[in-house]
Ligand binder design. Sequence first.
Ligand code: PGA
Length: 240
Amino acid sequence: MRKPIIIANWKMNFLRDQANLYVKKLIKKLGNKENIEVGIASQDLFLTDLIKLTENTPISIVAQNAHLENFGPFTGETSPKALANVGVDYVMLGHFERRELFNETNSTVNLKVRTALNNGMDVIVDVEELEQVAPVLEGVSEEQMQQIIIGFEPTFAIGTGMSASTKGAEDVAEQIRKTVRKLYGSDVADSTRILYGGSVNRDNLKSLIKQKDIDGVLVGKAALDFQSFWELVEIIENSL
Ligand code: PGA
C-alpha cells in the first residue's frame, strides 16, 4: 500500500557531467519500473538538467533544502516557489547537516515545511529523533500530510558507517507512525511513508526494508557510486 522509496542524497558532491552520467545510467537500468520509487537529491545547480533528463521516467528529483520565504532580500538562498516552478518533485528539509552546520531549528524547519507545502511541493522532512516529529509538523493540515514523507536519521548513524540496528530503527519508525496517528488519525498514519537514513548499505538494507514501519531509505555514502546505489535499488526490488 505504501510504495517503497529509495533516495540518493548526493549532498555537495559531483560536477555537472558526473551528475548527468549517473542519472543517465539510472534511467537505463530502471526502465519503466513503477513498483519502487527512486529519487535523486542533488545540489540545486544540477536540478534543471536532471529534471529535463528524467522527463517521462519514474525518477523523482529532490532538492536538498529551500528557504522559508518565497521571495525577498535573502541573498544566496533558494526559493521554494522557484523550485516548484522548475518542476522539482520533492524538497528535503531539516536534514541533520542543515541543523548541525547551518543552525536550523525545529521552528525554522517547520516554517520551511509550511512554505514548501503552500507551494504545492512534496516534502521529505527529516528528524533525528522522535521528539522532533510534532514540532516540525505544527500547522500542517491533514490534507497536506499527503504531501509529506518523514525521514528518520539518527545523528550517530549519518556518515559514520554505524547504522542503527534494524530493531532500533524499526522501533523509532513505529513510534513516529504512532505520533502521526495521534496527530492525524489512522488513515493518514497508515499512508504516510517513513524512511530510515544513516549508513545504509547492502548488508543492513535487506533487513531494514522488511520492517513494517520502514518504507524506504535515504542513502548518502553508499549512493556516491552508481553501481553501489543500483545494488541497493535491486535489494529493495527483490524484497517486494
Ligand atoms: P549516509 O548519509 O548514508 O552517508 O549515512 C545519509 C544521509 O545523510 O542522508
